[in-house]
Design a protein around this ligand. Structure first.
Ligand code: NIG
Ligand code: FE
Length: 420
């Protein structure tokens, strides 16, 4: 296949048109073309518009043609916050949480992230590639065409690099595009307990330079949280990361309000993520500095924590993105429809805003609003076809994927219901 594809007669071509993050009220306008067509040539979008006018300039015989009559067509979803490469599972911890133990209690007694660290250190690269590939297949079936993936289950030189190399390998061999983030400061290892400053210096001195040199990650992230890394430690690590050329993300104000949102604005981070406890000032700062607020309602749901104030953030002019946070501890799901339904039902984000949050704003959270996240001429041919006539069915069919086809770089890479 040559990446030449026409998707025509769509009842609703939801373009999400634009080349930058949408803030506040602008999140509502999906720029829909009724009876729309998109033409993709060599993997790149060449034409977008009403079916009759758009098809007039092209010889259909040179293309694979998908007739999307009666179906909505959207940009591929961008899942801009995941931890999808990890060894082992933590089903036992999930049952402890069901009986009342909190996520932080489990972490403080040496479980949680450190549990996954042991399993990830032990895992062979080939095993991580194998499980990572299966998770990517699952994400693709939900319409995800670009995913962010973090390290952070190594917490040492070898394993942090191993995780990033696994993602690089998968990026080269799987249709889903992967954006890599270095999260060496995800937790402190037992030998550094009480010496968090020294751990931060270890990461800065010994791990970060090699990752920068080999371009193994584009973003640097940190878990800024009470009893993990303080605001000062986060500022120190992220500032050095900036010197090395990394763009910034931050796990901010997830459980306790520490001022992570304010720090993200101060440093000009591309996104601040979680934000369940973000302060009003932090929210205003993010809006003013154009930091994307990446909300992860699956995590609030799974941890039984209060949801981030998505409605308030949009009303105060933030650019909100939505993502799964797929990881083995706080939120083990790659389900976009679950995240979507939680966002509209419990964060009072509208369906239109949620579409924006998973497309153009997800792309902006990865600094890629110029190349993905909307159906615009010149962007990558990453497009999904729903089995229903409107995007409004996405949260309505609760927890079930409405994605019928996924086109990546102009190639059909997933079709629902193809069984053997
Ligand atoms: O984003 N909060 C920190 N990190 C992850 C959870 C990682 C884990 O529990 O394995 C999160 O929720
Ligand atoms: Fe996370």
């Amino acid at each position: 296949m040559n990446g030449n594809i026409i998707i025509k007669n769509s009842s609703q071509l939801v373009t999400c048109s634009g080349f930058e993050a949408r803030q506040g009220k602008d999140m509502s306008d999906l720029k829909i073309i009724n009876d729309g067509t998109v033409v993709i040539e060599k993997g790149i979008i060449r034409a977008v518009g009403k079916t009759d006018e758009t098809l007039a300039g092209f010889d259909e015989s040179r293309f694979t043609v998908i007739d999307a009559f009666g179906k909505a067509v959207l940009p591929g979803f961008v899942d801009s916050h995941t931890h999808f490469v990890f060894g082992g599972y933590r089903a036992e911890e999930f049952s402890w949480r069901l009986r009342g133990d909190s996520y932080m209690e489990i972490m403080e007694r040496g479980g949680g992230i450190l549990n996954t660290v042991l399993a990830t250190r032990e895992a062979k690269k080939a095993e991580l590639i194998e499980t990572g590939r299966k998770r990517l297949d699952s994400m693709l079936s939900f319409g995800v065409t670009t995913v962010e993936g973090k390290s952070g289950y190594g917490l040492d030189y070898d394993t942090e690099l191993k995780q990033l190399e696994v993602m690089s390998d998968l990026d080269n061999t799987h249709p889903v595009d992967i954006v890599r983030t270095f999260l060496g400061a995800h937790a402190v290892t037992k030998d550094y307990k009480g010496r968090e400053d020294a751990y931060v210096e270890y990461m800065i001195e010994n791990v970060m330079p090699e990752i920068a040199k080999r371009k193994l990650a584009e973003f640097c992230d940190i878990f800024c949280e009470k009893n993990v890394f303080s605001v000062d430690q986060s500022r120190r690590l992220l500032s050095r990361a900036q010197d090395f050329g990394f763009k910034l993300k931050i796990h901010a104000d997830e459980i306790i309000q520490l001022g992570g949102a304010e720090l993200a604005a101060e440093l000009g981070a591309v996104s601040a993520d979680h934000l369940l406890q973000a302060s009003e000032k932090g929210i205003r700062d993010m809006a003013q500095k154009g930091v994307v607020a990446t909300l992860l309602p699956g995590t609030a749901f799974s941890l039984k924590e209060p949801y981030a104030k998505g409605r308030y953030m949009i009303d105060n002019n933030c650019a909100v993105a939505l993502a799964t946070d797929l990881n083995p501890g706080s939120c083990f799901t790659e389900s976009i429809p679950l995240i979507f339904a939680l966002a509209v039902l419990y964060m009072n984000i509208t369906t239109e805003e949620a579409v924006t949050a998973l497309t153009i704003n997800g792309a902006a959270a990865l600094n890629r609003a110029d190349t993905i996240g909307s159906i615009d001429v010149g962007k990558k041919g990453d497009v999904i076809v729903l089995e229903f006539p409107s995007y409004k069915y996405i949260p309505y069919h609760i927890g079930v994927s409405t994605v019928e086809k996924v086109v990546k770089d102009g190639k059909l890479v997933f079709e629902k219901g193809v069984t053997f």
